[in-house]
Unconditional design. Structure first.
Length: 99
């Protein structure tokens, strides 16, 4: 085994560990988008997400701080999903190089 192969195998292992960690973290975060609906000059906030072919709307309440926290968690989920996507591309490239 050459030094380069060793480094690539270590990188492959690191990549798989990171993917596993990120996927676990993603599973703990909310998915979907926050939707604001107005009725009788009042604002109501819902978390809308898909469950199979159905769109589910879950009422979030009126607390702006809680809604901002949920939005931050949704943004974090999207960021982590993007990282996992990049890691999968990187893993595919590593697999091609090792062969």
């Amino acid at each position: 085994m050459t030094v380069i192969e060793g480094v690539l195998l270590e990188e492959k292992e690191r990549n798989l560990i990171m993917q596993s960690h990120y996927l676990h973290e993603i599973s703990m975060l909310p998915k979907g988008v926050i939707v604001k609906k107005s009725k009788n000059n009042r604002d109501y906030y819902y978390l809308a997400y898909r469950d199979g072919n159905k769109v589910i709307s879950k009422y979030l309440g009126k607390e702006i701080d809680k809604i901002h926290q949920i939005q931050q968690n949704i943004d974090k989920r999207k960021y982590l999903e993007n990282l996992v996507k990049k890691l999968k591309k990187e893993l595919k490239l590593i697999g091609k190089i090792i062969k």
